[in-house]
Design a binder for this molecule. Structure first.
Ligand code: EPU
Length: 423
């Protein structure tokens, strides 16, 4: 199993290029199931979750060709409708194929994703919405079986709580439903807007993406399209955090700073200097002292849960006590134990982590537990004294494109290695 060896203390300098957003690319790939025509997607990150989604599409009869950063998805001769457990269990977002499969093929069988490291994460909101669109949904031998032999029909649906992939799933399903669907209490994440842009390019009629009410006028069929996915705001935020912690002048290039407003405001409140331009964020990072700031994660446009772990690492280096409250997921503090082993002062009570800083971190062997927790450990390793070994970096590879190469290009001493099968 591959690991990172990080020798802390190097100052980062230069420019890091942000990749395409994983969480935009995943629904865009699922949306290709809505048409028999080729869909061309630009800027998909080469990360593990995208490869998994491409495998899911392959089991459904689609093939993905890659050429010069473009992925073209086409439907083969056999259009299957079963996404198996072997794939779904490795990535919950596989459930995004449910809506499009049901809408176009009128039948879908997708393994129920199990729990995951960051919480129970049920899919009841997805399923209830599909039922309201006229589908019958049952669970058979661990698979969700959804059927709509006469096609889906429009409905007025209010999500009882905000869900990102739930909004995306129903948005896709509604594009081919008969009549006008109104979705209320929708997620407003930029990734939802990006998906709506692709769907619109495919011929869908959608109004209101990016607000809490989305109106979809169903059409008879969708066609092929070309689309570039938005840059990854979470990856960008992670490198901004790295630059504040260990930088001596780092430009995070090719991002949309507007997508990071709450995060950047919080960093400024903590005393970080940031120079924001239209598509980049420059962090002078001349070792200014950080102040503790408290945050609570919430749905977009508020502070993203996907940046909570990285921010927590940052707060281990800030003066004073910060309270970090995780309001989206019930179990997203797994990085805390490992950070404490490195010397951080953190107490967790329920959904709140209290971090007292600054603390001197020391390198040791740590274990990554989920994608963003892994990033938080790598950030800590950059400022820790001595060597840190980060184990299970396959979590990191699910969502960060070549993080080791990108950090090394900035001057970090990060090395990926494989210790062999017995270690
Ligand atoms: N929820 C339910 N029932 C549902 C759906 C969600 O109770 O049917 C709950 C969840 O358990 C959670 C909350 O609602 O407590 C919000 O979950 P949401 O559905 O919004 O999360 P998601 O769509 O499964 C996406 C991202 C996550 C990100 C969250 C929150 C993708 C592929 N995944 O997940 O990204 O943390 O939104 O912003 O878009 C990551 O990239 O590291 C990651 C975990």
């Amino acid at each position: 199993m591959e690991k990172f060896r990080v020798r802390g203390g190097a100052r980062l300098l230069g420019t890091v290029q942000v990749s395409g957003a994983k969480n935009a690319a995943l629904p865009c790939l699922a949306a290709t199931l809505l048409t028999a025509e080729p869909v061309r997607l630009y800027g998909l990150p080469r990360v593990r979750d995208i490869v998994t989604m491409e495998k899911v599409l392959a089991t459904l009869g689609e093939s993905c060709q890659h050429e010069n950063g473009t992925t073209t998805v086409t439907v083969g001769a056999i259009e299957a409708a079963h996404a198996p457990y072997e794939l779904v269990r490795t990535m919950r977002a596989s459930v995004l194929v449910l809506g499009p499969l049901l809408a176009r093929r009128r039948h879908a069988r997708v393994a129920l994703p199990g729990g995951c490291a960051i919480g129970a994460r049920p899919i009841d909101l997805h399923l209830n919405g599909l039922v309201q669109l006229g589908a019958t949904v049952t669970v058979q031998r661990g698979d969700v079986v959804a059927q709509a032999p006469g096609g889906l029909r429009a409905a007025r649906i209010e999500f009882p709580r905000i869900t990102v992939t739930g909004t995306e799933n129903l948005l896709m399903a509604a594009t081919l439903a008969r009549g006008t669907t109104v979705l209320r209490n929708c997620a407003r994440e930029p990734e939802v807007v990006d998906l709506a842009q692709l769907l619109t390019a495919m011929g869908a009629r959608i109004d209101g993406a990016g607000t809490d009410t989305i109106v979809v006028e169903g059409v008879g069929e969708l066609g092929g399209a070309s689309h570039r996915v938005i840059p990854d705001r979470i990856e960008a935020g992670t490198y901004v955090a790295a630059a504040i912690l260990a930088g001596n002048g780092v430009r995070v290039q090719g991002c949309i700073p507007e997508h990071l407003t709450a995060f950047l405001d919080t960093l400024r409140a903590a005393g970080a200097r940031l120079e924001v331009e239209s598509d980049s964020i420059f962090v002078p990072g001349q070792g200014e002292r950080l102040r503790a700031v408290s945050v609570t994660t919430a749905e977009y446009p508020a502070f993203a849960t996907d940046l909570q772990a990285q921010f927590l690492t940052l707060m281990t280096q800030a003066e004073g006590e910060s309270a970090i409250t995780e309001a989206i997921f019930e179990n997203r503090f797994q990085h805390v134990l490992e950070l404490k082993r490195m010397g951080a002062h953190i107490e967790v009570a329920g959904r709140c982590a209290r971090v007292t800083g600054p603390s001197r971190l020391e390198g040791t062997a740590v274990m990554a537990s989920d994608l963003r927790a892994s990033a938080a450990l790598v950030l800590a390793a950059l400022v820790a004294e001595g060597e840190t070994i980060v184990d299970r970096i396959y979590h990191l590879d699910r969502g960060y494109e070549r993080m080791d190469d990108k950090l090394r290009a900035l001057g970090a001493r990060v090395e990926r290695y494989n210790p062999g099968p017995y270690q």
